[in-house]
Design a binder for this molecule. Sequence first.
Ligand SMILES: [Zn+2]
Ligand SMILES: [Zn+2]
Length: 243
Amino acid sequence: MIPVYYDLHIHTALSPCADDDMTPNDIVGMALFNGLDIIAITDHNTLANAKSVITAAKAAKARFNKELIVLPGIEVSTAEEVHVLCLFKSIEASSDFEAELALNYSKQINRTDIFGDQILYDASDNITGKMERMLIAPTVISFDDLYFMTHKHDGAFVPAHVDRDSFSVISNLGFLPPDLDIKTVEITLRGAEQGYGKRNAEMFPKCKMISSSDAHQLGAISERKHLLLLPERSAEATIDFLH
Ligand SMILES: [Zn+2]
Ligand SMILES: [Zn+2]
């Protein structure tokens, strides 16, 4: 087994409240600078910038001979307003998933005066457009249905920031549904530091626990601190570990 340093919860400038410099190349550069091996792009209710970050990471590999694996993902807000990280092995799998998820997206239009612009970037950090749909609005898919949809596309289903008192499975449902075979939950960096996982182990009896940054600013991207022990450094091994 080899250590794989990760940050599996990063927002681009597409997400409401994310800084405009959360561009594909700046995210890749900061993750490499911090010594990470793998990151996941997890914008709220959209996959739209993930491919540009994956392409930017490939270009960085060619330029600097440093590999950063980028998982495509979406932080889905369920109908119960529970945030879940849905992570995939490939852009193909995540695109198929999003095509199905899109039927559940809110049709509300973004309020830029409140939430800021939702910026689309290409792999060279050029702005290619702004998304009109209000990404902060919850979808209409239930937590349980999202679990099955994610698994259908061979993705990892990771309830996000379970220690937060809003937008988490524990705050909004009260418990982790025992009939779903959820293998991994995410605890905030602060919660992990304060021992939330050990204190609440009985709430997550079958679960691995991971901690990522939920970065909306470049400076918040994780340091080389949290690691997974995997048989190899790859997207496949990471997803297999998580689900
Ligand atoms: Zn969240
Ligand atoms: Zn988030």
